[in-house]
Design a protein around this ligand. Structure first.
Ligand code: NAP
Length: 277
């Protein structure tokens, strides 16, 4: 198969109309004068395999995969990166010229890059990280924090069994704490991460006592709507450096864009404004 003259990429999900990815990649394509397109693709689970098989012949060089297909798509790839295997989900596909499909997961990369850019003084080794939540996004966060060198992760989730599963998958550096005890472990945190959907517009607030939080703790939230959640506001009032969740969304897109279109895009203020706008 020859390389397409007009390379296409996109994001597969359902629903997909709300996705910010077309705005983001469209901005980069325009900024770098690249001939190519990035489109939203609303695909049902029953058509996922057929769609993936057809895409390379249509000029697609790859795509992102989002809810609800991130876990299911694993079975349709020919090769999977170690980090995607560990996370158990794929969010970036690369269609190779030989017709094979490579699956990667860049969420953890996006999380750490956002943390490093938003809090340049952040050091993984500084002490334990407290992670709130044990859903799909938490797996990427835990994997990347461990990889970055965090000595210990105190993990807490409303549904205990989900946190226990992460502990089994990621090993002894992860310690599970009861959800009702969440407020009591904050003082131990060098890093504090909200990976739950609490605090998001239209959802309940994250209500854990934050009195124990120290001003040295770097605090970040995966929720980016609103950009500054009440969780981040409280952390700011306690003197903490905070990092909003939008940057994770932007940074996770970098490796895919580079692989598909041959240019490493820069995440800057203009990029943020395009997505916020
Ligand atoms: P998920 O798999 O559905 O997990 C949701 C998490 O929120 C679980 O830990 C769940 O606990 C917890 N939760 C939900 N309602 C709760 C409640 N009423 N009380 C206590 N805990 C509650 O979702 P996900 O994919 O991990 O995404 C989580 C959040 O991260 C979402 O807001 C998503 O938009 C955001 N996110 C952001 C980025 C980014 O780029 N910034 C990337 C990925 C995800 P249980 O297990 O007890 O249900």
């Amino acid at each position: 198969m020859t390389l397409p003259s007009i390379p296409l990429a996109g994001v597969i999900g359902n629903p997909i109309a709300h996705s910010k990815s077309p705005l983001l990649h469209g901005h980069w394509l325009k900024t770098y004068g690249i001939t190519g397109h990035y489109v939203p693709l609303e695909v049902d689970a029953e058509h996922l395999e057929a769609v993936l098989k057809a895409m390379p012949q249509m000029g697609f060089v790859g795509c992102n995969v989002t809810i609800p297909h991130k876990e299911r798509v694993v079975q349709f790839v020919d090769q999977i990166t170690d980090r995607a295997t560990l996370i158990g989900a794929v969010n970036t596909l690369i269609f190779r010229p030989d017709g094979s499909i490579v699956g990667d997961n860049t969420d953890g990369y996006g999380f750490i890059e956002n943390l490093r850019h938003g809090a340049p003084e952040w050091q993984a080794e500084a002490g334990p990280a407290v992670v709130l939540g044990a859903g799909g996004a938490a797996r990427a966060v835990v994997a990347s924090l461990l990889d970055a060198g965090v000595p210990e992760i105190l993990l807490t989730n409303r549904t205990r069994v989900r946190a226990d599963r992460l502990r089994e998958d990621f090993g002894a550096r992860v310690k599970v704490v009861e959800w009702v005890q969440a407020g009591n472990i904050l003082e131990e945190a060098a890093t504090l991460v909200n990976t739950t959907s609490l605090g998001m517009a239209g959802k309940s607030e994250l209500r854990i006592p934050m009195d124990g939080l120290r001003s040295e703790t770097v605090v970040t939230d995966l929720v980016y709507n609103p950009l500054i959640t009440n969780f981040l506001k409280t952390a700011q009032e306690r003197g903490c450096v905070t990092v909003d969740g939008l940057g994770m969304l932007l940074h996770q897109a970098v490796p895919g864009f580079e692989r598909w279109f041959g240019r490493r895009p820069v995440v800057d203020e203009a990029t943020r404004q395009v997505v916020l706008g």
